[in-house]
Design a protein around this ligand. Structure first.
Ligand code: 3PY
Ligand code: MG
Length: 257
């Protein structure tokens, strides 16, 4: 159940990912050759549902790129299904309250941290993975340690309570959603606004103090470089479909003009 993003975080190295909306196994296999560490299978903003997300997670781990899943609800079902399917981490959008974050820990982490339900499943090789050598306790401990629970900070409530949320045992990091965060701040898309810059810096600082993974989302490699320089451990850049469309727009412009 090794987790490349976690290993890099522990080693003080940065990691890079992107979102996938393409609903395409070959696209994910291709991403594994690009130098990206992880791909986030997005159940929130794409039609990808549980069965499809599980297949794509399997494809990604087989290809050597860590499968993260952005679930579409703060609920037991998607959390459990995606962890059982072998997600290296869960990104959870729209978190508002400390109580919601505690619920997530309850769903995503085995006892004693939480109350995750158990079934021999893909993430533990259906009971045949090495971590089972000493019994199912080994698997449970490894799952708790190596699969990341990462709430998004993108609401006013989450920003207000970020210190408490980040401090929770079982919350492994925070993923900033700059678009929704800027909407929550009343400055949609204005990432240069001082209030947005201060909010982002504050979340990063809180993550640093609690020793948790700080992940930022942005649209370009240049912006990613800036966030790494600021101290983010990880950046998710853009979306496979956007990068594809941008590339072809450039090809069309160059070929036809
Ligand atoms: C946001 O910017 O709101 C996000 O959730 C990025 O994925
Ligand atoms: Mg968002």
């Amino acid at each position: 159940m090794k987790n490349r993003v976690l290993e890099k975080f522990r080693a003080g190295e940065k990691s890079l990912g992107t979102f996938t909306h393409l609903l395409s196994a070959p696209a994910i296999e291709a991403l594994a050759y690009t130098g990206l560490d992880y791909v986030i299978i997005d159940m929130e903003h794409s039609p990808i549902a549980a069965e499809h997300a599980a297949e794509l997670a399997g494809v990604a781990s087989g290809a050597g790129i860590a499968p993260f899943v952005r679930v579409d609800a703060i609920a037991r079902s998607p959390v459990l299904k995606m962890l059982d399917a072998g997600a290296a981490g869960l990104i959870v959008p729209g978190v508002e309250t400390v109580a919601e974050a505690k619920k997530l820990v309850e769903f995503a982490k085995f006892a004693p941290l939480g109350n995750r339900g158990y079934c021999p499943s893909r993430d533990g090789g259906w009971g045949m993975a090495e971590c089972y050598a000493g019994g199912m306790g080994g698997y449970m401990a490894e799952a708790n340690r190596d699969t990341l629970l990462v709430p998004q900070c993108e609401t006013a409530g989450c920003l207000e309570h970020i210190d408490e949320i980040c401090a929770l045992d079982g919350v492994d990091g925070v993923f900033i959603g700059p678009f929704d965060l800027s909407i929550a701040l009343g400055i949609p898309g204005d990432f240069a606004n001082e209030r947005h810059i201060n909010a982002v810096a504050h979340v990063l600082d809180v993550c640093r103090r609690h020793g948790k993974l700080a992940i930022m989302f942005c649209g370009t490699a240049e912006a990613a470089k800036g966030y790494f320089a600021q101290g983010f451990d990880s950046v998710a850049v853009s979306l496979d479909v956007s990068v594809l469309a941008d590339a072809f727009r450039g090809v069309a412009a160059a070929a036809l003009n």
